[in-house]
Ligand binder design. Structure first.
Ligand SMILES: [Zn+2]
Length: 125
């Protein structure tokens, strides 16, 4: 299993019977109040050359020059200790419609929480 696969497997175990919180932020968003996300972004950026992540919208390689337009993070809702990190390139972040962004993000998040349901926090009691 690749490191990425191991990370996803670890996240799956952590997320079983739990809720995920998801965050989509511009690449350069200030994350001072979200240190876990800031740390995950730093970790992700430091490993671009070795992990060779690709845009979740078009598969452009960040290791080969694609620029990050926005990050998609997910964490456990209760006592989060890690965050998954995915990214859209600048082109996808600016060109994809909100529906397309939502479709791609949903596909990515389904890998972390198979069978999970999406809840709107505005509907929470
Ligand atoms: Zn892209």
């Amino acid at each position: 299993m690749s490191r990425k696969g191991a990370d996803i497997a670890a996240m799956r175990r952590e997320m079983l019977d739990a809720h995920l919180l998801t965050f989509m932020v511009p690449a350069d968003a200030k994350l001072d109040r979200q240190p876990l996300l800031a740390q995950a972004r730093t970790w992700w950026r430091a490993r671009i050359k070795t992990n060779r992540p690709t845009c979740i919208g078009c598969r452009a390689s960040f290791a080969e020059g694609a620029e990050v337009g926005s990050f998609l993070f997910s964490t456990a809702a209760v006592v989060p200790t890690s965050a998954s990190v995915s990214a859209f390139c600048c082109k996808c972040a600016s060109d994809l419609s909100p529906d397309d962004i939502d479709r791609v993000a949903t596909k990515v998040l389904r890998k972390l929480a198979p069978g999970g349901e999406f809840l709107d926090p505005r509907d929470a009691p």
